[in-house]
Design a binder for this molecule. Structure first.
Ligand code: URA
Length: 270
């Protein structure tokens, strides 16, 4: 049997996904609205104990229609693993659509209409699950969390909170190799501190002794995206460690319109 994510057929999620905001709320100059909204990854059956706020979907997510499945997702899945959380999580992003342009995320960080729909998801998730910890990935997610906290709907939540560096912070923060190594160390130190803070208040699916990160993320620190998190029938290579989706194009417009999908060489049965 292949486990799969059954999607959004039932209330309250059926209503939420049927009522998503479009370009009136997310301007096309600042968001890749043409790739459609991408809502979540993880449990919608009431079993989530950890609620995660990511930033915005990228190329891999546009294809799988679930969030945090690329490099950022595999790094963060490893963080959940160190928390002992194997299945009891649910992830949403700050933005439903991929951010286009360097400053667009910040520009729309507190837009009321964007927040309204995000709050509808957050309110629903804390009402229908026993959430013990909320984790925000990066500064925009942290702003999203605190904006929600000012809203009466968030009053139902009284668990732990951690704002951690975004999983791809080292890639975006640094140009030179030395800077990149320093940024990696910053990330692993930050994540170790967050794990120390969160572990006492989080009930693990699988209790594990705490094994802190070293100075950099190693291949064993990444975790696979579970098959059960993706829609039925997606091929296994869509969960593989190598990147398989890239934006390509000779002009900004062509690049925005094109995602090239290629099966990693070692995943080909031919
Ligand atoms: N992909 C997502 O869906 N969210 C992130 O924050 C990063 C990559």
């Amino acid at each position: 049997m292949h486990p799969f994510d059954p999607g959004y057929a039932h209330a309250p999620y059926a209503t939420l996904v049927g009522d998503y905001p479009g370009p009136d709320t997310y301007p096309a100059k600042d968001f890749r609205v043409e790739w459609g909204p991408i809502f979540h990854r993880g449990r919608l059956d009431g079993s989530a104990r950890v609620l995660v706020i990511g930033q915005d979907p990228a190329a891999h997510e546009a294809i799988t229609r679930r969030i945090l499945v690329g490099t950022a997702g595999r790094r963060f899945q490893g963080f959940l693993n160190k928390l002992g959380i194997d299945t009891s999580y649910v992830l949403i992003n700050t933005f439903l659509y991929s951010v286009y342009g360097q400053h667009s995320g910040t520009l729309h960080a507190t837009d009321p209409a964007i927040a309204r729909y995000r709050h509808a998801w957050l309110d629903t998730l804390v009402t229908h699950n026993q959430i013990e910890a909320v984790i925000a990935l990066g500064g925009l997610a942290d702003t999203a969390f605190h904006t929600w906290r000012k809203d009466p709907g968030s009053a139902a939540y009284d668990g732990a909170y951690a704002h951690i560096l975004h999983p791809t912070y080292p890639d975006s923060a640094a140009a030179s190799e030395a800077d990149q190594a320093a940024a990696m160390k910053q990330l692993t130190t930050n994540w170790n501190n967050a794990l120390t803070h969160l572990r006492p208040s989080t009930t693990p699916d699988t209790p594990r002794p705490f094994t802190p990160y070293g100075d950099t993320l190693t291949p064993t620190d990444l975790a696979a995206i579970p098959e059960a998190d993706l829609p039925p029938g997606l091929p296994a290579w869509m969960r593989s460690d190598e990147p398989w989706a890239t934006r390509q194009g000779a002009t900004p417009a062509a690049k925005r319109a094109t995602i090239t999908v290629q099966i990693p060489e070692d995943q080909r049965p031919f």
